[in-house]
Design a binder for this molecule. Structure first.
Ligand code: FDA
Length: 400
């Protein structure tokens, strides 16, 4: 068992935010000890972006984040930008490419990012206890004392970088949230976000046969000024809907509320059907099949009680209008979501109300910091969550 080291900064959680904060604080001359209970380092980075880690988004800005206080993330994001992280990758000779709307991925897999963060930590002498569990955290007059499976350790400052609740089988825990509550912090109710949505078996039965089908849609949720829309790909699954469009809207969806999907966003369908009616020889099913996957058009017509073999000229205007509306404004109310096992991030977390937006330090307990996903700042899909991890870690290291 190692002797209790003399350190300036303790960090619980050696994931994206914890590793980056440790490296940054080490560069500023602080002696840092990182503690993580998982057997393997940074599992979420490893599995991220389908194994290629969508490590940032060129366009990342405050508008891409959800929080009770949407302005909270502003300062940290402005002081550590996507370009700063790109420069770090370039320093380490790590190749990357842009996939879609500013999303940057590693050419050679996410392992390169983990190695880079590890190297950055080792270069400045960061110590790491892993796997190591923390049994208790005590506030002292001049800092914090941790009782851990590797012994007791003290330091003037403590950073909580334990992440969110998604994917418990690779180390996620509610430790950070409980610790926040121990020090009197409010926690905004955590909910799975960037998660597939599910429907009751009965209501989904007609669409289950579409499983695996993907198409570009506009999906929206919310009312009035709160209404949010995304133009992205949607994927039908056996239990409901997934794909980037659904993951994005899931973060905005409120249980019990409907979502609305435009299955043909680039087409004025009502006008197109009216025009097609002029061509009497074409059948309704074939016409629809020109604009959307045949499987979907067949299922849809069946659902609407319409005969796809009917010639366009014989279709009633009213039926065509109803058909157009059903495809352009498909309203459906999810029964739920796929939960923490499938969510990519957590909505909610440690309330920003009593944290400094400059340093992420607790206003209740000097020397205590919360960074990364454990904080009530949740990014959209597309590299924004890692950018928050890097930016909040950087802000904290400057302030610690
Ligand atoms: P993170 O989860 O990285 O680290 C927390 C660490 O704390 C873990 O190592 C954990 O073991 C440790 N810990 C937890 N409880 C502890 C305890 N009690 N004691 C000690 N240690 C403890 N984002 C993005 O921007 N681009 C992407 O491509 C993806 N892809 C993606 C795919 C999948 C499948 C998931 C689940 C998530 C993503 N994300 C993502 C989200 C991204 O992974 C996430 O937002 C960041 O990893 C958050 O960084 P943190 O450091 O805050 O938590």
């Amino acid at each position: 068992m190692p002797a209790s080291p003399d350190v300036d900064l303790l960090i619980i959680g050696a994931g994206a935010a914890g590793l980056f904060c440790a490296a940054q604080a080490g560069q500023l001359g602080l002696r840092v000890l990182l503690i993580d209970h998982a057997p393997r380092l940074a599992e979420k980075i490893r599995i991220s972006g389908g194994g290629r880690c969508n490590f940032t988004n060129r366009e990342a800005g405050p508008a891409n984040y959800l929080s009770e206080n949407p302005h909270f993330c502003r300062s940290a994001l402005a002081r550590y930008t996507p370009q700063d992280f790109i420069a770090l990758l370039q320093k380490h000779g790590i190749g990357f490419h842009e996939k879609h709307r500013g999303q940057l991925f590693c050419d050679d897999g996410s392992e390169r990012i983990i190695q880079m963060l590890k190297d950055e930590c080792e270069a400045v002498g960061v110590q790491r206890w892993q796997p190591c569990t923390v049994a208790a955290v005590h506030a002292l007059a001049d800092g914090f004392e941790l009782e851990t499976s590797q012994g007791t350790v003290r330091a003037p400052s403590l950073v909580v970088a334990c992440g969110g609740l998604p994917v418990p089988k690779i180390g996620a825990s509610d430790f950070g949230l409980r610790l926040a509550q121990q020090f009197g912090h409010e926690v905004v109710t955590p909910r799975p976000a960037l998660v597939p949505l599910t429907f009751s078996a009965e209501s989904w039965a007609p669409f289950a046969e579409l499983s695996g089908l993907s198409l570009e849609v506009v999906v929206s949720a919310g009312q009035g000024k709160q209404r949010t829309r995304f133009l992205e790909d949607l994927l039908f699954t056996h239990r409901g809907l997934s794909g980037p469009a659904i993951l994005q809207i899931s973060s905005f969806w409120q249980p019990g509320q409907p979502i609305e999907i435009d299955l043909l966003p680039s087409l004025d369908l009502a006008a197109a059907l009216r025009e097609a009616k002029g061509n009497s020889r074409k059948q309704l099913g074939n016409v629809l099949g020109e604009w959307m996957p045949a499987r979907l058009s067949q299922t849809w017509l069946k659902q609407q009680g319409l005969d796809g073999s009917r010639p366009m000229a014989e279709c009633r205007d009213k039926d065509l209008e109803t058909l157009a509306r059903s495809l352009k404004q498909w309203q459906l109310t999810p029964a739920g979501d796929e939960g923490w096992k499938k969510a990519e991030v957590m909505r909610g977390g440690v309330s920003t109300r009593e944290l400094s937006s400059q340093t992420l330090e607790s206003r209740r307990q000097p020397g205590l910091f919360f960074i990364g996903e454990v904080v009530d700042v949740t990014g959209w899909l597309g590299g924004y969550n890692f950018q928050w991890a890097w930016a909040s870690a950087h802000a904290c290291a400057q302030g610690a």
